[in-house]
Design a protein around this ligand. Structure first.
Ligand SMILES: [Zn+2]
Length: 181
């Protein structure tokens, strides 16, 4: 009796967490918003990005026409040329290293994610790594996402640097991400 009851409670607890998980996932996906994590560590500046694909393409699925294919190719090329999107404080003397783009609906990165249902939302995640002569001197990054793409309106940023940890919000058209002194 007792055991049956506790099993029932466990089951209802498990069921209750499901809507919360779904809600949290949906909340993270807001068109116009971009999330960046900037880590200044050792000789590198690594920028991790999470964003709805809509920000860069205007749609969130595989391209269906030549025009859409061109939109995808151009967006991917712009994201790969990350040193034009992220102009890092020249004090750091940084050069672009590896760029990793992950968007399963476009066949970028790991293709193990289940194909989303029609009309579902889809993200693009990216990692942009820069190698720097003096990374610890970096105190700002000029972010060109607002000029390169029509979609992004607000960028939420977390920075972990030798100067400490910072949270910043960039709103169109403000493009300079600055921290430290
Ligand atoms: Zn979406």
């Amino acid at each position: 009796m007792n055991r049956g009851l506790s099993r029932l409670l466990l089951l209802s607890a498990a069921l209750c967490t499901l809507p919360f998980a779904a809600q949290a996932q949906q909340k993270a996906h807001v068109h116009g918003q971009v999330k960046l994590d900037v880590a200044v560590e050792g000789p590198t500046v690594v920028i991790m990005m999470e964003a709805p694909l809509d920000n860069f393409l205007g749609f969130e699925r595989a391209p269906r026409s030549d025009a859409e294919k061109k939109t995808v190719d151009e967006a991917v090329a712009r994201l790969r040329a990350a040193d034009t999107l992220f102009a890092i404080d020249p004090a750091g003397n940084c050069k672009l290293g590896p760029v990793d783009l992950r968007a399963p609906v476009l066949g970028l990165g790991k293709a193990d994610a289940a194909a989303p249902a029609a009309g579902a939302h889809a993200d693009i995640d990216a990692t942009f790594a820069f190698n720097c002569a003096t990374a610890s001197a970096v105190k700002f990054i000029d972010v060109a996402l607002f000029t390169a793409f029509k979609g992004p309106r607000q960028i939420e940023v977390q920075i972990v640097s030798p100067q400490g940890q910072f949270k910043r919000t960039l709103k169109r058209p403000n493009a300079r991400l600055a921290w430290g002194k």
